[in-house]
Design a protein around this ligand. Structure first.
Ligand code: PLP
Length: 435
């Protein structure tokens, strides 16, 4: 896989450069110069494959020019959780993406990226230090993805009092190479601190800094695996398939579009959002108007300016008509989300988290006019991560998922810092300087 920057098509980058840099030097996003596809009928063989075999096939297709086969196999050996497809009604199945360590789909991206970075850093001098700011969800996936990974340290900044008790514990109970820093400030202060570190030449001279945010191409690659994995679990004869993706920064949906380019016959994608609806609005009107985000119950999708929108545009040559052929957008509010969690539980005895509930709503709306389709909704988090919302919707006290309950017994390790940059800088220099 070779990559270009969305700001300059003529400049080519290796996978190693793209993964270690995250963002292109000119500020553009990395995109593959070419998305290879499987031979026309090859993908039919997926119907007989395990998830592991599916992942291996796709990785070989995409990465064999950049990695040896044994490296590919090694990276995949660490992705050891499944993405089961559960049928909840005649025409709707749920693809459960929450069986990883942090109980959210971001585990796929984080685990894969951690291994890839470690591999690419092998030949370099000194540890890599990943600096991330989190408002909650991403941090847990990054922490577990990079935990104990060789040659890499992670420093996670999160705002004091602004993340839930369980979210904080998902960051602070690792120890070893994962350093949690509780910042006396807001999430914006955390992001500001990270930004300041990345432009501080005197720091970058001594500490090998890198980022792990959602725009890294290494996170998109493994997210295409489970779209194929979903087909592998269908009967060979099936109606046209529509996938509803609960979306915020649109990384997950972009990975699905890439899977389609590789030859996976997904008919339509549904971009399901909460009231942060810039993409559904764009699909309806052809006007793209980013705006400040609004808080909702499906808070991992509270994004007003989706970072992967540019990648979606690239895939369709910036042509609204073309995008419209593959993607339909719908948005829903918190009331509809709550009522859906309750009604799906009552009708199907299945508990959706607030994000998957938004995806379900999108699918329901689509199926009203497309009765002959089969719908797959992506369940991006386990409902227990949003226990208070779920208990409110269902009107009973749900059990806490065992891996979250376990966190309550673990010891927390964190340092508290002010939002002054100098304090962060001296910690980074003390602990992670390689020169
Ligand atoms: C991050 C996240 C999303 C949004 O995914 P994008 O790739 O940013 O569109 C949806 N649901 C959950 C639970 C998430 O954590």
């Amino acid at each position: 896989m070779k990559l270009y920057s969305t700001k300059d098509r003529n400049q080519e980058y290796s996978l190693k450069e793209a993964v270690l840099q995250g963002l292109a030097p000119d500020g553009g996003l990395f995109m593959p110069t070419e998305i290879p596809s499987f031979p026309p009928d090859y993908w039919y063989s997926f119907y007989d494959k395990s998830f592991k075999e599916v992942c291996l096939d796709i990785s070989r297709l995409l990465l064999s020019d950049a990695l040896t086969d044994s490296d590919i196999q090694y990276i995949l050996s660490t992705l050891n959780f499944e993405a089961p497809l559960t049928t909840i009604s005649d025409n709707i199945s749920v693809l459960e993406l929450f069986h990883g360590p942090s109980l959210a789909f971001k585990d796929f991206g984080a685990q894969f990226m951690a291994q890839l970075m470690s591999l690419f850093n092998r030949d370099e001098k000194g540890d890599l230090t990943i600096l991330v700011a989190t408002s909650g969800d991403t941090g847990g996936a990054v922490a577990s993805g990079f935990y104990d990974v060789e040659g890499i340290n992670v420093v996670i900044l999160y705002p004091q009092g602004k993340v839930s008790e369980l979210q904080a514990r998902q960051l602070t109970t690792f120890g070893k190479n994962i350093q949690a820093l509780e910042v006396q400030g807001t999430f914006d202060d955390c992001q500001q601190l990270v930004k300041q570190a990345f432009v501080d030449e005197s720091l970058k001279h001594k500490v090998r800094l890198s980022s792990a945010n959602s725009i890294n191409i290494a996170r998109l690659i493994p997210q295409s695996f489970y779209y194929f994995g979903a087909f592998a679990q269908l009967d060979k004869e099936h109606p046209p398939i529509t996938v509803s993706v609960p979306s915020g920064n649109f990384g997950n949906l972009t990975a699905g579009l890439m899977a389609k380019r590789m030859g996976l016959p997904i008919d339509i994608f549904i971009a399901s959002t909460n009231i942060n609806d810039v993409v559904p609005q764009y699909l309806e009107t052809s006007e793209y108007q980013p705006k400040p985000s609004v808080e909702t119950l499906s808070n991992a999708m509270d994004v007003g300016s989706p970072s992967n929108f540019e990648r979606m545009q690239e895939l369709y040559g910036f042509t609204w008509n073309h995008i419209k052929q593959d993607i339909i957008g719908y948005s829903f509010d918190d009331d509809q989300t709550i009522r859906t969690i309750k009604s799906v539980y009552e009708q199907h005895k299945y508990i959706l988290d607030p994000h998957a509930a938004v995806a379900f709503l999108g699918m329901k709306q689509f199926l009203q006019t497309h009765q002959h389709h089969h719908g797959i909704i992506l369940a991006t988090a386990h409902y227990s991560k949003f226990k208070s919302t779920i208990d409110l919707a269902l009107e009973f006290d749900t059990d806490l998922h065992p891996s979250l309950a376990n966190l309550l017994d673990k010891t927390q390790q964190k340092e508290i810092i002010s939002s002054e940059y100098e304090q962060l800088k001296s910690i980074l220099l003390d602990k992670y300087a390689v020169n």
